[in-house]
Design a protein around this ligand. Structure first.
Ligand SMILES: Cc1cc2nc3c(=O)[nH]c(=O)nc-3n(C[C@H](O)[C@H](O)[C@H](O)COP(=O)(O)OP(=O)(O)OC[C@H]3O[C@@H](n4cnc5c(N)ncnc54)[C@H](O)[C@@H]3O)c2cc1C
Ligand SMILES: *[C@@H]1O[C@H](CO)[C@@H](O)[C@H](O)[C@H]1NC(C)=O
Ligand SMILES: *[C@@H]1O[C@H](CO)[C@@H](O)[C@H](O)[C@H]1NC(C)=O
Length: 338
C-alpha cells in the first residue's frame, strides 16, 4: 500500500502533539513536521504550562471539557510514570484568587482536576486584597522538557522533521496528501486568518526554590508558578501587541504585583526575562477544509488559536485533528469546483 504523506506545520505543543497522535495511530501515514522554530524557541517553551482553562464562548462546553479531560488524562499518565522527570510533567497545587467573587464560581474543569474547593477564610487572610479563592491540584507540563520528549517520541514513530519557514501552502500541498495547520499566531499570515491576533505575555524567571505552590490572580495578569528550573512570575496580557522585546516597565510591574502576593519573592534573584505571543482567537479552531491543488482536493485540518490554554488543551485538540484527518482519508473528498 502506498503511504499517505501528511505534513504538520508547527512545532509548538499543538503541532508536536498532533504529529505524535497521527504518527502513532495511523501507521500507513508518513508524517513530516515543518516549522520555522523548534524548542526552545517556540511560544510554548515559555509557557508555565499549568493546566487550567478559560472558556471559549462559541464552542460547546462538552467539547471543551473533552479537550481538557483528554489532555489531563494523557499528561497524568506521564506524570505517574518513570518518564515524568524527562518529560517535565508533574502535579502542582495552589490557589486561584479573585479580587471580586466571579460570576462563574465553578469552572467547567473543576471536577477534572484534583481536590477542587473554595479556599477557607483562614487561607484568604494571606491575600487581603482578594475576596474569593479556589484551591486545587492540577498538572504542570513544562514544554522546555516536554517538547524534546515529544519530538523523540515522534521520531521513534517514524516521523520526520523539516526546519524551514512556510510561505506558500499551495506549493507545499503539491507534495503531500494532507496538511495540518498548527502554526499558532503564525496562522494570521500563513492562512490569512485575521481572527488570530497576538496576546503578548511577558514573564520573569526567578530563583526562589522555597516556593512550591502556585498563585494565580483570576484576571490572568498576575501569577507565580514554581517550576523545575525556576519560578515563572508574570505577567501581561496585551492584545494586538507584537513586541517581542522585554519591556522594562512590564518587568517592574510584574515584580511589584507578585511581591505583594508573595513577599518572599523579593529575596529571589531574577535570572531571566521572556516574552511570548499567545495565539489569540475568540474561538480556537479545529476544523477541516479542502485545498484544491491541480485537480486534487487536499485535506487541510486546522488546529490553532489556543490563546492562553495551548498546553492545557493540546492533547485533546490533537485527537480531534487526528479524527478529522482520519475521516478525510476514508471519505471521498468533495468534487473539485470548476
Ligand atoms: C507568558 C505565557 C504564559 C503561558 N502560560 C500557559 C499556561 O500556563 N498554560 C497553558 O496551557 N498555556 C499557556 N500559555 C499559552 C501557550 O503558550 C500557547 O497557547 C501555546 O504555546 C500555543 O501553542 P502552538 O503550538 O499553537 O503555538 P507555538 O508554540 O507558537 O508554535 C507555533 C509553531 O508554528 C511555527 N510556524 C508558524 N508560522 C510558520 C510558518 N509560516 N512556517 C513554518 N512554521 C511556522 C512556529 O515556528 C512554531 O514552531 C502561555 C503563554 C504565554 C505567552
Ligand atoms: C464556594 O463559594 C461560592 C461563592 O461564595 C458559593 O456560591 C459556593 O456555593 C461555594 N461552594 C462550596 C462547595 O462551598
Ligand atoms: C491554513 O489554512 C488556510 C485557510 O484558512 C489555508 O489557506 C492555508 O493554506 C493553511 N496553511 C497551512 C500551512 O496549512
Amino acid at each position: 500500500m502506498q503511504r499517505v504523506k501528511v505534513l504538520v506545520v508547527g512545532a509548538g505543543v499543538v503541532g508536536l502533539s498532533t504529529a505524535v497522535c497521527i504518527a502513532e495511530t495511523l501507521p500507513h501515514c508518513s508524517v513530516t513536521v515543518v516549522a520555522e522554530k523548534f524548542s526552545p524557541d517556540t511560544t510554548s517553551d515559555g509557557a508555565a504550562g499549568i493546566l487550567l482553562a478559560t472558556e471559549f464562548p462559541d464552542i460547546p462546553l462538552e467539547r471543551q471539557r473533552r479537550w481538557f479531560k483528554e489532555s489531563f488524562d494523557h499528561l497524568l499518565a506521564i506524570a505517574d510514570s518513570p518518564q515524568a522527570g524527562e518529560a517535565g510533567v508533574y502535579l502542582s497545587s495552589g490557589y486561584h484568587i479573585f479580587k471580586d467573587v466571579p460570576c462563574d464560581k465553578k469552572p467547567y474543569w473543576a471536577d477534572l482536576v484534583f481536590g477542587f474547593r473554595n479556599m477557607t477564610d483562614q487561607e484568604m487572610k494571606r491575600f487581603p486584597n482578594h475576596k474569593f479563592g479556589q484551591a486545587f491540584t492540577t498538572l504542570k507540563c513544562e514544554c522546555l522538557s516536554y517538547l524534546p520528549w515529544l519530538e523523540k517520541r515522534f521520531r521513534a514513530a517514524g516521523g520526520q522533521i523539516l526546519h524551514e519557514k512556510v510561505t506558500d501552502v499551495h506549493k507545499l500541498a503539491l507534495n503531500y496528501d494532507a496538511i495540518i495547520n498548527c502554526s499558532g499566531v503564525g496562522s494570521r499570515f500563513l492562512v490569512h486568518d485575521e481572527k488570530v491576533y497576538p496576546v503578548r505575555g511577558q514573564m520573569l524567571k526567578v530563583n526562589a526554590p522555597w516556593l512550591k505552590n502556585f498563585i494565580r490572580d483570576g484576571d490572568g495578569k498576575t501569577y507565580i508558578y514554581p517550576g523545575m528550573r525556576y519560578v515563572s512570575i508574570g505577567g501581561t496580557r496585551q492584545a494586538g501587541d507584537w513586541r517581542m522585546e522585554v519591556d522594562k516597565e512590564d518587568s517592574e510591574g510584574i515584580l511589584e504585583r507578585c511581591g505583594r502576593l508573595e513577599p518572599s519573592l523579593r529575596a529571589g534573584q531574577v535570572t531571566g526575562e521572556w516574552v511570548g505571543l499567545r495565539p489569540g482567537r475568540a474561538n480556537l479552531r479545529v476544523e477541516r477544509e479542502y485545498l484544491p491543488v491541480r485537480g486534487r482536493q487536499v485535506p487541510l485540518v486546522h488546529n490553532y488559536g489556543h490563546g492562553g490554554c495551548g498546553v492545557t488543551l493540546s492533547w485533546g485538540t490533537a485527537l480531534d485533528a487526528l479524527d478529522l484527518l482520519r475521516q478525510s482519508l476514508y471519505e471521498k473528498p468533495p468534487l473539485a469546483r470548476l
